[in-house]
Design a protein. Structure first.
Lengths: 87, 270
């Protein structure tokens, strides 16, 4: 790693700010529609909850947020899959 | 900088793309067999496709000074049809000695089903029988983690598999460590939305050091960018990473991995 934390943040600040604004605007759009037409249901509600969990990961500490986010959006792995599939 | 794109689907690209890639420094590429966007109806459909991969594309590439290599299989999406898959696997030996064939690929899983796993294991048997290298496709999005682990289980459970001759492609943050720790090569695919960006790929290079790690564009008929590897080179330079490390990932590593195939007769630029 050749760059300092300060230099990376300075370089990425506007980029991250723009991405966060897009997410905020997406959530606003969902909430506006929900106030007109009713709350989320079924899979859409599950997806919204998952996105909330993702934001909690972003707010947490550690240099492995991308990996934890990927796992949040992944199906579980069962080591017994070969037995279950009889393969 | 000269570079090798180890995974690009040139049957989906125009001749202009070959010219652009040559101008960007691409000196060689390998093209795994993949899904055409529709399910092929017969083994003859695959036979025609393998002619394209072993005859037509090398000639198109050579016009621009690029050496073209390929991998053969029936892809995971079509593996649900086990009967057709078996017919294709039985036909592959017709092409295995063609001069640009590096091995069996891109085999793998798509939705992690029993049929896909069955066909994967039969491809493995073919590779073992003919002492071929293997290039592996891992699933997308929510299926990637589970599917990658299943693939690693099948490979690791067979002691005849030489892990140093297997490339597991499309790794991301949650799968790269397991692939490398188990002794396989790992490929990062620079692809919008479903795989990873050049910036995230460089993060993974910084974290792992770039050992047994390759980067590719996939460059197919979907929303992809055939010049994504030069984008990665640019991002690495922008971060001040050494030319030695850049060259390792985009040239030396693919050279080392491919050199294990008897058909990799690469001619250095004079």
């Amino acid at each position: 790693m050749n760059r300092t934390a300060n230099s990376i943040l300075d370089e990425k600040f506007l980029d991250v700010r723009a991405k966060l604004l897009e997410v905020a605007a997406d959530f606003d759009r969902i909430d506006r529609a929900a106030s007109d037409e009713g709350p989320l249901s079924g899979q859409s509600r599950d997806h919204r909850e998952r996105l909330g969990e993702a934001i909690n990961i972003l707010r947490s500490d550690g240099a492995d947020r991308a990996e934890r986010l990927q796992k949040l959006f992944s199906r579980d792995y069962e080591s017994s899959w070969r037995k279950e599939m009889q393969i | 900088m000269d570079y090798i794109d180890p995974h690009i689907h040139m049957v989906s690209r125009t001749t202009d793309d070959y010219a652009t890639l040559a101008r960007m420094g691409c000196v060689a590429m390998s093209e795994p067999a993949f899904w055409a966007g529709y399910d092929r109806g017969s083994v003859d459909g695959f036979r025609d496709y393998f002619h394209q991969l072993t005859d037509t594309e090398p000639k198109r590439a050579a016009q621009y000074g690029i050496q073209h290599f390929t991998w053969l299989c029936i892809n995971a999406k079509e593996a649900e049809n086990v009967s057709l898959s078996r017919d294709v696997i039985a036909m592959i030996p017709e092409f295995i000695d063609k001069p640009n064939v590096l091995g069996i690929g891109e085999i793998g899983l798509n939705k992690n089903t029993k049929n896909e796993a069955t066909v994967f294991l039969e491809h493995m048997e073919l590779a073992i029988k003919f002492q071929q290298q293997i290039l592996i496709h891992t699933p997308h999005l929510e299926d990637k983690y589970q599917g990658t682990r299943m693939i690693l289980d099948m490979l690791s459970d067979d002691s005849r598999i030489d892990r140093s001759r297997v490339l597991v492609d499309h790794v991301e943050e949650h799968t790269i460590t397991e692939v490398l720790d188990r002794g396989f090569w790992a490929g990062m695919t620079l692809y919008p939305i479903t795989k990873c960006t050049p910036e995230r790929a460089v993060d993974m290079i910084e974290k792992t050091g770039g050992e047994r790690l390759l980067a590719n564009s996939a460059g197919d008929w979907g929303p992809s960018k055939p010049t994504a590897v030069p984008d990665l080179i640019f991002e690495m330079r922008r971060r001040g990473l050494s030319e030695t490390l850049i060259r390792k990932v985009v040239y030396d590593n693919p050279m080392e991995f491919f050199s294990q195939s008897k058909n990799f007769t690469f001619t250095l630029r004079s």
